[in-house]
Write a protein that binds this ligand. Structure first.
Ligand SMILES: O=c1ccn([C@@H]2O[C@H](COP(=O)(O)O)[C@@H](O)[C@H]2O)c(=O)[nH]1
Ligand SMILES: [Zn+2]
Ligand SMILES: [Zn+2]
Length: 593
């Protein structure tokens, strides 16, 4: 029996502003297309989102405006629906393709593994033929070794109701960690290409730049400058992703950017009004009304309460047949993958960044003290003193007290990474690696080893601080329409997003009580089998394979010239399987009793 999705609770809401051109955006869904089964406020699934988009299209047609759907990549890795099959994504690609997306691009996660990149080329690109854009990404065909564009570089089209002429581009940030069957061209280089220079000289009413790119990074800065230098007045709408946050940026009065969070928690809404249709004869009255342009955003919490509110429909009138069929397909896939199979029972909540590190409720303290201390053991080297380093980015989500299923395992640890090691590293050098890794900014986010600056050891140190504490204020309560009950005080609000962006603090469609987040280090370390007195001469330096290049760089920085040939497998099993076995052994209790 499948557990049904938890019911979302009523909350005070802000309505969606409509304009001539409107957008719904998903990004970084990471396979969460079944929605969140343990968090009611994010419990709508991909089928519900299809119903929502179809109902919003009906409304757009009714009032004569346009609605476009965007997805900016990282659709895979992070949930059993994708990671729980072999090959990965057996059901997920067919579920995802059911949404009618107008402009879509690639994220870094589609490219880490060669098999995933190949599936992107053979499945997702054809599933979204004509809509999938790859402005700075090539694919290397295995049959011929030929390098070809992953998909078309740009798309020019005219919107259905308003006749707005759009030139769309689709980028990936300057990613360097891709498998060797793709080529990512740095954005700055793409800008110099003839096709790009020709594209930005096209006579259009709006430029649409989508990308798996953060809004304040160098890539969008360069693209903004390039497009503006040729088009001083044409509106530019950017959509971004990758850093998993809700964000909205103003580049100038006619250039804005939206980023819609992560994991199917958020559906982004963007509405633009006042677009001049240069090719069209405008009604002077309408022109007067649209003397100035407006760009408005909303971050929609992905649940049915909000979907009903925004469409002014209800449980029986909201779902479309198409949406219901996709939800049924998701349930069937989850069943076939046995995603609800119980591995154990988590004794408490374990947070990635909602608890300080180190602390009782820190997922990383648990990983360091309980899991690694147990699974980072190679029978042949078990008595050797060792330092075991794990990157915190390898853990992808919190653990909630209660049922821990096969799905939870992939949600926490989706990658096919293994533990590896360098034997007999001088302790004095090995002991400096962790502080070096933790002192260089968010290195694995940058992904670019070349730009990683190591600071001298005396400047090292990691501090766990609270970040962005946001206190609830009565002022921020919004008097929504009748069907959205206005709660009187913040203690009644469900904890959730309280976003501040370039347009202020009124972007979230649902009012939430704020949550405190804490900084976490890049990496954590377990120190195991150490001598009772004094330091050992040498240790085994054990680490997860993903961070091998950074480990070797850090060792070189402290005078140890190791290279990849010195690295050996430490455990044969993938880490996710070691974690699952640990849960089965240590969290045996059945939560249902
Ligand atoms: O094999 C892997 C792949 C990725 N990571 C971590 O993920 C982030 C990138 O994730 P986004 O969703 O693109 O933000 C990367 O920086 C690593 O921290 C990993 O640990 N192992
Ligand atoms: Zn992501
Ligand atoms: Zn990403």
């Amino acid at each position: 029996e499948q557990p049904s999705a938890p019911k979302p609770v009523a909350a005070p809401m802000r309505p969606l502003p409509w304009g001539q051109l409107n957008f719904l955006q998903t990004t970084d869904t990471h396979g969460w297309h079944a929605g969140h089964l343990q968090e009611p406020q994010y419990s709508a699934d991909w089928g519900d989102y299809i119903s929502f988009a179809e109902r919003m299209h009906e409304k757009a047609d009714e009032i004569g405006v346009d609605l476009l759907l965007i997805d900016t990549g990282d659709r895979i890795e992070g949930n059993g629906l994708y990671d729980g099959s072999s090959p990965k994504g057996r059901y997920d690609y067919d579920i995802f393709r059911e949404q009618d997306i107008d402009v879509i691009c690639t994220g870094n996660h589609e490219l880490y593994q060669a098999d995933a990149a190949a599936r992107e080329y053979t499945r997702t690109v054809p599933n979204f033929q004509g809509k999938y854009l790859a402005s700075n990404l090539d694919y290397i065909k295995p049959e011929t070794g030929e390098t070809i564009p992953m998909a078309q570089r740009f798309r020019k089209f005219t919107t259905k109701n308003q006749g707005i002429r759009v030139l769309a581009l689709g980028f990936l940030f300057d990613f360097t960690g891709n498998a060797n069957n793709t080529v990512v061209q740095p954005v700055e280089k793409t800008i110099e290409e003839t096709w790009f220079q020709d594209a930005i000289r096209e006579d259009v009413d709006l430029f649409l730049v989508i990308g798996h790119v953060t809004l304040h990074g160098p890539e969008y800065k360069a693209l903004y400058r390039a497009i503006r230098s040729e088009n001083w007045d044409t509106p530019i709408q950017f959509f971004g992703g990758h850093s998993h946050i809700r964000d909205f940026a103003r580049y100038d009065s006619k250039a804005y950017a939206l980023q819609s969070g992560r994991y199917m928690e958020t559906i982004g809404w963007m509405s633009i009004d006042g677009i001049k249709r240069k090719g069209k004869k405008e009604d002077p009255k309408e022109l007067e009304l649209r003397a100035s342009m407006t760009f408005q955003r909303r971050y929609i919490d992905n649940n049915l309460f909000g979907y009903h509110y925004h469409t002014a429909l209800n449980e029986s009138t909201f779902p479309t047949e198409h949406g219901l069929n996709v939800s049924a397909a998701i349930h069937k896939a989850r069943k076939a993958l046995e995603l609800d199979y119980l591995y154990g029972c988590a004794p408490k909540d374990l947070w990635m960044s909602r608890a300080p590190y180190p602390s009782e409720n820190s997922l990383f303290s648990w990983l360091e003290k309980e899991v690694l201390a147990d699974v980072a053991t190679n029978p042949e080297r078990k008595d050797n003193p060792r330092l075991v380093i794990y990157n915190t980015g390898g853990m992808r989500f919190d653990i909630f007290k209660g049922s821990f299923t096969r799905d939870s395992t992939y949600i926490v640890s989706p990658f096919t990474s293994r533990l590896e090691y360098i034997k007999d590293v001088p302790f004095k050098a090995a002991n400096q690696v962790l502080p070096l890794l933790n002192n260089a900014g968010p290195i694995f986010e940058a992904e670019n080893l070349k730009t990683w600056q190591l600071a001298p050891p005396e400047q090292l140190g990691y501090q766990s601080d609270i970040i962005a504490p946001q206190l609830p204020t009565q002022d921020s309560l919004f008097a929504g329409p009748a069907q959205a009950p206005l709660l009187q005080s913040s203690p009644d609000l469900v904890p959730g997003y309280t976003t501040k962006d370039d347009a202020g603090d009124d972007g979230d469609d649902t009012l939430h009580a704020p949550i405190s987040f804490y900084k976490i280090p890049n990496c954590i370390q377990s120190t195991l089998s150490m001598p009772e007195n004094g330091d050992p001469e040498t240790v085994d330096l054990v680490f997860v394979d993903f961070i091998q290049p950074w480990i070797l760089t850090a060792l070189r920085f402290v005078g140890q010239t190791y290279n990849a040939s010195h690295v050996e497998p430490y455990r044969e099993e993938i880490f996710t399987d070691l974690l699952a076995d640990w849960i089965k052994e240590n969290w045996k209790k059945d939560c249902t009793k």
